[in-house]
Design a protein around this ligand. Structure first.
Ligand SMILES: Cc1cc2nc3c(=O)[nH]c(=O)nc-3n(C[C@H](O)[C@H](O)[C@H](O)COP(=O)(O)OP(=O)(O)OC[C@H]3O[C@@H](n4cnc5c(N)ncnc54)[C@H](O)[C@@H]3O)c2cc1C
Ligand code: FES
Length: 257
């Protein structure tokens, strides 16, 4: 069930110039949040930010939600000014998350780029708890644009790739040697060209794959149709029908460069 709730900022951590992390504390019983679901946050105190902003759930506990946010514009800049003790109004949980019901012992590859790393932490925790063998491949243009790394280490084999070679493998994520290994499932979230490349490769190799789209959104609940994406079954709202889609329904999307 969806809830609108005023969370209290319990922790705030700056991660380099562009990213910060907020731990939001609920004062009562939280709704369950599945990996890949997102929230819509109200940006207060900014005259030019009217609409809520969609942000993935990075991590959850019984009474907290953690968000990992990249500063890209006025809304996220305003959110970056929040301090411990402030309130943040949140609608959650929104959208359909990743498929996590895989047989124990399955091999999964999680591929994240930039802010698309965010939903993969909660996902990797849930998969690990189910006995799934996770390889986590995080990429960015340069080292400082891979915001979190160590948090993932307990949940799988962590691999890194940077376009400029400043950290890990030198090249984009799809050129990492581990990318060519056999997997039962690939999950990806990040820049659209990266996700399309991952999806194309998975499709060619017959590997099941889910992509988490980050189209621009307004209402977040399927009412305004501003977030539609072209699927093999016609237009679908990313907020309500996604943000996670199985690529078996997304040929029209990933076959276009
Ligand atoms: C389902 C979903 C989950 C998301 N999860 C996260 C997350 O966990 N962490 C995070 O940092 N960001 C996430 N985003 C992206 C985030 O919502 C946007 O960066 C944010 O809304 C930008 O707001 P702003 O006011 O700062 O920037 P704006 O002033 O609105 O935009 C600044 C610039 O960013 C571009 N932009 C805005 N929104 C997007 C978008 N969705 N995709 C690509 N470019 C965009 C604009 O075109 C513009 O160039 C998610 C988006 C979606 C749809
Ligand atoms: S954001 Fe309004 S329909 Fe998706």
């Amino acid at each position: 069930m969806k809830e609108i709730h005023d969370f209290r900022i319990a922790e705030r951590q700056q991660l380099g110039d562009q990213y910060f992390r907020l731990v939001l504390k609920h004062d009562s019983t939280m709704q369950p949040v599945l990996p890949g679901q997102f929230v819509e946050v109200l940006v207060e105190g900014s005259r030019d930010v009217m609409l809520r902003r969609p942000i993935s759930v990075h991590d959850v506990s019984d009474s907290t939600l953690t968000l990992l946010i990249q500063i890209v514009g006025n809304g996220t800049r305003r959110l970056a000014e929040l301090a411990v003790g402030d309130r943040l109004n949140v609608v959650y949980p929104l959208g359909h998350g990743f498929t996590t019901a895989l047989p124990s012992g399955s091999k999964a590859l999680l591929v994240g780029g930039g802010a698309g790393t965010a939903p993969l932490l909660h996902l990797s925790k849930v998969l690990k708890a189910q006995g799934i063998d996770c390889t986590i491949l995080l990429g960015g243009r340069t080292a400082s644009l891979i915001p979190v790394q160590d948090d993932f280490r307990p949940y799988g084999d962590l691999l890194l790739a940077t376009d400029d070679g400043s950290l890990g493998h030198h090249g984009i994520v799809t050129t990492h040697p581990a990318f060519a290994n056999a997997y039962d499932m690939i999950y990806t979230c990040g820049p659209t060209p990266m996700m399309k490349a991952v999806a194309r490769s998975a499709a060619q190799r017959g590997i099941r794959c889910e992509v988490s789209l980050e189209n621009m959104m307004a209402c977040g609940v399927g009412a305004c149709l501003c977030c539609v994406t072209d699927t093999d079954q016609g237009h679908r709202c990313v907020c309500k029908d996604g943000p996670v889609f199985d690529i078996s329904t997304m040929h029209k999307w990933f076959e276009q460069c």
